[in-house]
Design a protein around this ligand. Structure first.
Ligand SMILES: [Mg+2]
Length: 308
């Protein structure tokens, strides 16, 4: 989940300004969380709030989770409205009678990573991923994209290696993961669909040899860079340590930009960290957050205007 957010922040400045070279990937002061991070957090909150229901499979837990995902996605989407959401998703956010709209966009896959950390079986992981996707992306490809990523995370965190994950995803979702990034990079352009971006993100992960390498891979093919890096990062964080400079750089940006709040990382700190491989040596993602003092700011502005 943190890997997804770091991937999104790193990719944010390249989504509409693609680069095709790994060496050029860097974090700048403009790198910022986008819809990928916001919706990842929304799903993580929904899972946390339905955690017991899911674990105990309480009667009606599927609907409880579906409704909670919708509620929190809407709340977060409207709290952070200018984050690069797709047109249909924006309409969905605003519509009081909102319904799933048959999307196969990669929005279902970019927000699914927390699901990979919740369930005790692959079967349950696939089912919960489907529920989170179906709130909006109820096209079979939209569901597949979310399931492939969540299943990948689940399999990796329960001890399967990259080869196993590659084979499983190839067999189950019919993605072509045999391609190499060097071939993809040549003519890859922006694709918003799951089927044209999720396999590429998975390949970026498979070819990488560290967390940083995976993020550089993901951004270097171009296309929907923040989402591809988000998905690739969500897989990479399961097997690779997140380097301190990447983690601290993102932390500095979200603090300086007043983006996100410490409680947005509750799921990461409470659920993900407990299940992460101890060898990765990850620590809680905590930071000081100074609420913007609106009253003080207004007083300041009033004083300035009064003084003119
Ligand atoms: Mg985005």
């Amino acid at each position: 989940m943190l890997g997804a957010i770091i991937g999104d922040v790193y990719g944010s400045i390249y989504e509409f300004d693609n680069i095709k070279e790994k060496e050029l990937v860097k974090l700048t002061k403009f790198s910022t969380p986008t819809d990928d991070s916001i919706m990842t957090i929304a799903i993580s909150k929904a899972l946390l709030s339905c955690y017991k229901d899911i674990k105990e499979k309480k009667e009606g837990y599927e609907k409880t989770l579906f409704d909670k995902c919708v509620e929190i996605m809407v709340a977060y989407g409207n709290t952070y409205p200018h984050k690069g959401y797709g047109g249909n998703f924006k309409k969905w956010l605003r519509n009081p009678n909102r319904k799933p709209y048959g999307s196969y966009g990669n929005g279902s896959a970019m927000r699914v990573s927390p699901v990979g950390w919740v369930c005790d079986s692959l079967e349950d992981t696939l089912q919960i991923a489907q529920i989170t996707a179906e709130t909006t992306h109820n096209h079979p490809e939209g569901i597949k994209g979310a399931q492939a990523v969540a299943a990948g995370i689940y399999l990796l965190r329960t001890g399967k290696d990259k080869d196993y994950v590659k084979q499983y995803i190839t067999d189950t979702f019919d993605y072509d993961l045999d391609r190499k990034l060097d071939e993809i990079r040549k003519d890859y352009v922006f694709h918003v669909s799951c089927q044209r971006s999720v396999p590429e993100a998975i390949i970026a992960f498979l070819e990488g040899n560290s967390f940083e390498d995976v993020i550089r891979n993901a951004i270097s093919i171009g296309g929907d860079s923040d989402t591809i890096a988000c998905i690739a990062g969500s897989l990479a964080e399961v097997v690779y340590s997140i380097p301190d400079d990447m983690r601290n750089g993102v932390l500095t940006n979200i603090t300086n930009q007043h983006e996100l709040k410490p409680r947005d990382f509750e799921f990461y700190n409470k659920v993900v960290l407990k299940k992460k491989d101890r060898k990765l040596d990850e620590v809680p993602f905590v930071f000081e957050y100074e609420e913007l003092d609106i009253k003080n700011m207004l007083d300041h502005v009033t004083a300035m205007i009064g003084g003119l």
